[in-house]
Write a protein that binds this ligand. Structure first.
Ligand SMILES: Nc1ncnc2c1ncn2[C@@H]1O[C@H](COP(=O)(O)OP(=O)(O)OP(=O)(O)O)[C@@H](O)[C@H]1O
Ligand SMILES: [Mg+2]
Length: 301
């Protein structure tokens, strides 16, 4: 199996708080890897260690089997949770300066800058000071910064949080293109479950420990349930029949919601309830269900 990034028994504490306890995972080359968890789970701490911004207390991080800051430098691009570009410089000044840290001739830096400018479509605000940009424009500039060295792996810490749906789509399109056409490995943390459901592999972390991992479909199979929603022709009779069948249900607005295990069971149930059904809908389990099931409801930070 070809893994680009391997994290073994990673540990990090801040004083007495164990933010990352003993975390191990592997990221397959050219995959979209999604790292999920509630606020304070340890996601940014892990990303900051991988990107060599933060030191670890224990464990190992290897890229292509190698370790060490110098080796990682040009091979990892990171979009941190908080923007890091200089507020008082324009987008262009920021990126040309950052670019000169990777490419040591002016012409090369400018060429790469132009490539990224058209790729992330920021010509219209390239001469604006970073601090005057909107949230979505800032994220695009930060992604351009992270891509400057044309890294093998791009780490994105909540790249789409707080963006409007249209800007989220632009960012998501770039992520999709990097992966599909440029062969880049993408490591993503997000709180949007529909984004996570596109990943090849998902790791869920809670309180510094991995609590579940697998492909989205494996996780949905294990932790989520399909639901049958029914609008009744005769509510009383439907309820009576459900009680007779010993089926639990919830009434939400004018719908009766019943958990179902599989298609076979759903068809049988629909046949039984048929005389009292006005409308029905079967909702597939989602990554939202997985997240709630795995994390539980007692995680408010
Ligand atoms: N520099 C720091 N000093 C002390 N505690 C910290 C520091 N950075 C993070 N922590 C704590 O470590 C824990 C993990 O934080 P981290 O930022 O890694 O979480 P996260 O999963 O990225 O959360 P979020 O989804 O809110 O970004 C939290 O309890 C946080 O308060
Ligand atoms: Mg974070």
């Amino acid at each position: 199996m070809d893994y680009i990034l391997e994290v073994k028994n990673l540990k990090k504490s801040y004083g007495s708080l164990e933010a990352v306890k003993n975390v191990s995972f592997q990221v397959r080359r050219q995959s979209l890897f999604s790292f999920l968890g509630p606020n304070g789970a340890g996601k940014s701490t892990t990303i900051n260690i991988i990107s060599t911004l933060l030191s670890k207390d224990g464990g190992e991080v290897t890229l292509n089997g190698e370790s060490g800051e110098t080796y990682f430098r040009n091979k990892i691009g990171v979009v941190f949770q908080n923007n890091i570009l200089d507020d008082n410089l324009t987008v262009k000044e920021n990126l040309l300066y950052r670019g000169s840290l990777y490419i040591n001739n002016k012409k090369g830096v400018l060429e790469r800058y132009k490539e990224l400018r058209s790729y992330l479509q920021f010509t219209e605000f390239e001469n604006q000071k970073f601090k005057t940009l909107s949230g979505g424009q800032k994220r695009r500039a930060e992604i351009a910064r992270a891509l400057f060295s044309n890294p093998e792996i791009l780490l994105l810490d909540e790249p789409t949080t707080g963006l409007d749906p249209e800007t989220r789509k632009v960012v998501w399109k770039v992520i999709g293109d990097l992966r599909a056409n440029k062969g880049m490995t993408i490591f993503l943390t997000t709180h949007y479950m529909e984004e996570a459901s596109e990943a090849d592999h998902v790791v869920i972390i809670n309180k510094g420990e991995i609590v579940a991992e697998g492909t989205p479909s494996m996780l949905k199979e294990k932790y989520s349930k399909d639901r049958l929603k029914i609008v009744a022709t005769d509510k009383e009779k439907l309820v009576e029949l459900l009680n007779n069948l010993g089926r639990d249900f919830k009434k939400i607005s004018d719908e009766y919601v019943i958990i179902v295990q599989n298609a076979d069971e759903t068809i049988k149930l629909l046949n039984c309830l048929k005389p009292f059904i006005k409308q029905f809908e079967v909702l597939k389990g989602s990554m939202d269900d997985v997240f709630i099931e795995v994390i539980g409801g007692n995680n408010h930070v």
